[in-house]
Design a protein around this ligand. Structure first.
Ligand SMILES: CC(C)(COP(=O)(O)OP(=O)(O)OC[C@H]1O[C@@H](n2cnc3c(N)ncnc32)[C@H](O)[C@@H]1OP(=O)(O)O)[C@@H](O)C(=O)NCCC(=O)NCCS
Length: 199
């Protein structure tokens, strides 16, 4: 598997359909934590559902569209390092939209609870922004989240994004409509070295 080092303990790598059993096991640890904050089609219940998500992304990637990447961490609290010789899939990042023709993309993310608070998502998003702006010459990257998703807004802010506005009651969960924030960063505003890094 091709990997990129995120931190000394974690790597980023493409998340592919053959990894569906591992993705489903991870989803069992993440499901209830992410359910209020992500699109319903992403929250699957079994290996077939997990495979369908990954196949959807694989098909889009083959058309140079959306892409999904997993984060594997060695010292997840789920299983201590001494009992985990191989890294555990703890979350990931994705281009939920990616269009070279339009010059725009949108980034999304998720983690299982034990992996929060380590800067994994900020580091992974930094790599996606480098790919979008430097390797692919895109112009604009967006971030959309529920307005009350403080941890998600904090990532956008840490990445140097600008809050452009709020789409009122545009995010439906069950019978409730929540406000949705739209953040963005333009190519000329991005520098991997200026992203806030509290380490
Ligand atoms: C949104 C979500 C992925 C953010 O996870 P996160 O762990 O807060 O984000 P990061 O991985 O970037 O880590 C940042 C945290 O690690 C800390 N940190 C430690 N080292 C760090 C580093 N080198 N760089 C950045 N942050 C670091 C930060 O201080 C911050 O912790 P704090 O919020 O307690 O101050 C996570 O909360 C989640 O999965 N939520 C549910 C699903 C979801 O909302 N998805 C997004 C939908 S729009």
């Amino acid at each position: 598997m091709f990997t990129a080092q995120l931190t000394p303990d974690a790597v980023l790598a493409p998340l592919e359909p053959w990894m569906a059993p591992e993705f489903a096991a991870h989803m069992n640890r993440a499901r209830e934590h992410i359910r209020p904050w992500v699109g319903p089609s992403f929250v699957t219940d079994d290996v077939d559902g997990a495979r369908a998500t990954l196949q959807r992304y694989a098909d889009a990637t083959a058309r140079d569209g959306n892409r999904i990447f997993g984060i594997w961490a060695r010292d997840s609290v789920v299983e201590p390092v001494e009992t985990t010789p191989t890294p555990t899939l703890v979350g990931g990042v994705m281009f939920v939209e990616f269009s070279a023709a339009a010059g725009t993309c949108e980034i999304g993310c998720w983690l299982e609870p034990a992996a929060e608070g380590r800067g994994l998502i900020t580091a992974a998003c930094r790599m996606l922004l480098s790919y979008a702006f430097e390797a692919r010459n895109l112009h604009r990257a967006e971030w959309r989240c529920r307005a009350d998703n403080a941890r998600s807004s904090a990532v956008a802010e840490r990445l140097g994004m600008t809050l452009e506005g709020v789409l009122r009651e545009a995010w439906k969960v069950a019978d409730t409509f929540y406000d949705k924030q739209v953040w963005s960063i333009l190519a000329g505003e991005f520098s991997p070295t200026t992203i806030d890094d509290p380490r």
